[in-house]
Ligand binder design. Structure first.
Ligand SMILES: Nc1ncnc2c1ncn2[C@@H]1O[C@H](COP(=O)(O)OP(=O)(O)OP(=O)(O)O)[C@@H](O)[C@H]1O
Length: 443
């Protein structure tokens, strides 16, 4: 998709906008194409005269792939690399009758249809999670106005925005690769947004300086982007997005470009800034840890639809799809409960402590599985299955065994145990799980 891209300014003075220009005669930067423009301001707001850009690569081709799989896989086998402990740092506010963000986004892109509803109250941080191609970027682009809605609506603070062009939306965007103007200092990059919104040069620069100070970057105000570290550039991009006081802040994989160590630090900083942000923030991520640390509410999208949403804790405890189970590190099965027994739709029965009836999910962590090479005699575990090792991989300080057979599952064991059991692909094993280690909940 082609989107007009802004022409990077020579300085923060929008060429067509005099100092006293009213904010409704904007220069017109668009947020650029999410991840498509080589250089663009992070604010879906005004900029200098837009220049049509050569057709860029589609977003999903130009971005590095994320940690998510290509497709949801069955709950069994190869489980997530992140065993996350959910953190609820803030309590999402109950939505007032008119939520700050009220969106029903229906977007057709070729044969793909996005059809998601997003609502959020002031101060809420939503994380859109999902496998590659699920529609997260499309949703973000639709919120920014870069991709038109095929149907549905978008209201922000009660104001319909569906027909509002991107440059007129009170929306700030932080791109995965920041898209800072390379020839402007950090200060002028940040000043660019307010400047284009009609602030005088002095005012824009003073506001930018305050934002850089808040981001701990006062000492780098004069630095060009290439002199900044990844974490610093990320903060400049965030400052640029926030400097125009957006009512909706969009973050597209905000930590993806950072190395693991910087990521840890920047994630903590971003969390603080988002916690202080009084409007709605929506972030797209592949990383469940980013989502759980940064967001109040997770919205999981698969195949263009919301498949589950809730607090990080709720989602981690009650995954409802294989993709989510993998994200949060659980074996997940679906079946019919009758008392303490759940007969799986595909496979054997699992004994649980919960007493339920009807369709349910049963989940247990790989750490709850005990493996034996010989059938354990007199094993008290009711849940005993004959399996075969399909694969082994290091998982933190553990070995994760991917098992097929009577019940496909992932099991974690110590390196010593794996050696003592002489585990190798093809080895037959018996797997047990105590009923008390399982968790069943209505499907
Ligand atoms: N320009 C386009 N034209 C037609 N279809 C597109 C275009 N861009 C994306 N799509 C399709 O829309 C669907 C959703 O893509 P989108 O980039 O929104 O997914 P995503 O969840 O952000 O994926 P990823 O995690 O890989 O970035 C995909 O099936 C993709 O092939």
């Amino acid at each position: 998709m082609t989107t007009p891209h802004p022409t990077p300014p020579d300085n923060t003075k929008p060429p067509t906008t005099p100092d006293a220009a009213p904010s409704h005669t904007p220069a017109t930067p668009t947020p650029g194409d999410l991840a498509e423009a080589p250089v663009a301001p992070a604010q879906a707001a005004p900029a200098p005269a837009p220049a049509p850009a050569p057709a860029p690569a589609p977003a999903d081709e130009s971005r590095p792939g994320g940690a998510g799989g290509n497709h949801p896989r069955p709950a069994e086998g190869r489980h997530p690399t992140t065993h996350t402990h959910p953190t609820t740092h803030r309590h999402p506010q109950p939505h007032p009758h008119t939520p700050a963000l009220d969106a029903h986004l229906i977007v057709d892109r070729g044969t793909f249809r996005l059809d998601v509803t997003l609502t959020a109250g002031p101060g809420d941080v939503l994380a859109l999670l999902g496998p590659n191609g699920a529609g997260k970027t499309t949703a973000l682009r639709a919120l920014a106005g870069l991709t038109p809605l095929t149907a549905g609506h978008l209201h922000l603070d009660g104001t319909p925005l569906t027909d509002t062009p991107p440059e007129s939306r009170p929306v700030g965007v932080v791109f995965q690769d920041y898209l800072l103007f390379p020839h402007l200092s950090a200060l002028d990059n940040v000043a660019f947004g307010p400047r284009c919104r009609g602030a005088s040069k002095a005012e824009a620069r003073s506001r930018a300086a305050a934002w850089l100070d808040r981001m701990g970057l006062a000492d780098h105000a004069g630095a060009r982007p290439r002199r900044l570290s990844g974490g610093q550039a990320q903060r400049v991009a965030l400052a640029r997005a926030l400097a125009t006081h957006p009512r909706l802040l969009l973050l597209d994989e905000p930590l993806a470009a950072l190395d693991a160590r910087t990521r840890l630090e920047v994630r903590a900083q971003l969390r603080r800034h988002l916690a202080a942000f009084e409007a709605v923030a929506v972030l797209v991520t592949h990383d469940p840890l980013d989502a759980m640390v940064l967001a109040d509410r997770l919205v999981v999208i698969e195949h263009g639809r919301v498949v589950q949403e809730g607090t990080p804790a709720d989602i981690a405890r009650h995954p409802r799809t294989d993709y989510i189970a993998q994200l949060v590190g659980l074996n997940l099965y679906r079946g019919q409960a009758a008392g303490h027994t759940v007969r799986l739709d595909a496979g054997p029965a699992i004994t649980t402590t919960e007493e339920l009836s009807g369709p349910v999910f049963v989940a247990f962590p790989p750490s709850a599985v005990t493996l034996f090479r010989d059938r354990p005699s007199g094993a008290s575990a009711r849940n005993l299955w004959r399996c075969e090792v399909a694969g082994l991989e290091t998982h933190g300080d553990q070995i994760r065994a991917d098992l097929t057979g009577e019940l496909p599952l992932a099991a974690d064991l110590t390196t010593v145990a794996a050696a003592e059991l002489d585990l190798h692909p093809g080895a037959p094993v018996w797997a047990t799980v105590k009923a008390t280690q399982t968790h069943a909940y209505p499907a």
